[in-house]
Design a protein around this ligand. Structure first.
Ligand SMILES: CC(C)(COP(=O)(O)OP(=O)(O)OC[C@H]1O[C@@H](n2cnc3c(N)ncnc32)[C@H](O)[C@@H]1OP(=O)(O)O)[C@@H](O)C(=O)NCCC(=O)NCCS
Length: 199
């Protein structure tokens, strides 16, 4: 049901954002270092994608530090897309799922957007798939309100650079929030305060 809702929201999103930009259209994708463009499609995550997303999680050292070390744990991390408050998107290149994102439009303070997970397969990173996924996530969230929040591990400098270049600002640190011994850094990207933007 959630997947159907996500697909519906996807079509709404596509139609409402097409005029100003279309972050999820099947247009030119990341440019390979050879200079060739690779078509990448950003679309809703459906049940048939779960094993491919789980494989990306298991290949991501960051997630192993959060206990995602088995296929069952990886699949479980996607459960809220199908039976919970989250939505999912995948990046698909030539029939292969190369990345995914899980987010909620009201997941922070029961009001604002929250990006729970984003991961790109190690051999597909640094080619723009993460940027395309975040473009689509933010477009969906900003349709509901003017703020996006997310957490990164304090030691994940690459992810922090990735978010800061996208306009996220560091709000503060939360020790031992997700897992004992790991400090999370809270980031926010904003179009303005909740009051005054009509959201
Ligand atoms: C963070 C993550 C999702 C980014 O995905 P990605 O597909 O590599 O992201 P992009 O390619 O869009 O951009 C990443 C970098 O590659 C660079 N890049 C993009 N295209 C490039 C190209 N053709 N050649 C070289 N570099 C390129 C970008 O400039 C960017 O650099 P920056 O981070 O210093 O700004 C990915 O690194 C990942 O899955 N990491 C592990 C999981 C993780 O840390 N998730 C976030 C948890 S909070």
């Amino acid at each position: 049901m959630e997947a159907l809702l996500s697909a519906h929201a996807f079509h709404l999103l596509r139609s409402t954002t097409a005029a100003r930009r279309d972050p999820i259209a099947d247009v030119e994708g990341p440019r390979r270092r050879s200079g060739e463009y690779v078509p990448v499609t950003i679309r809703p995550l459906v049940e048939a994608d779960v094993d491919a997303c789980a494989a990306i999680m298991l290949a991501t050292p960051l997630l192993a530090r959060y206990g995602v070390t088995t296929a069952a744990a990886a699949r479980g991390a996607l459960a809220d897309v199908f039976a919970g408050p989250c939505r999912g998107l995948v990046a698909e290149e030539a029939g292969r799922i190369i990345g995914f994102a899980v987010y909620s439009v009201r997941g922070t303070f029961a009001h604002s957007g929250y990006v729970r997970t984003i991961a790109v397969a190690p051999d597909a990173q640094h080619r723009g798939a993460g940027r395309r996924l975040m473009d689509a996530v933010e477009a969906a969230i900003f349709d509901h309100g003017p703020n996006v929040f997310l957490l990164t591990s304090a030691w994940n400098a690459e992810a922090q650079r990735f978010y800061e270049r996208r306009g996220y600002r560091r709000i503060g640190e939360i020790p031992d929030y997700v897992r004992s011994g790991i400090t999370e850094v809270l980031y926010r990207k904003t179009l303005g305060p909740i009051q005054g933007t009509g959201a």
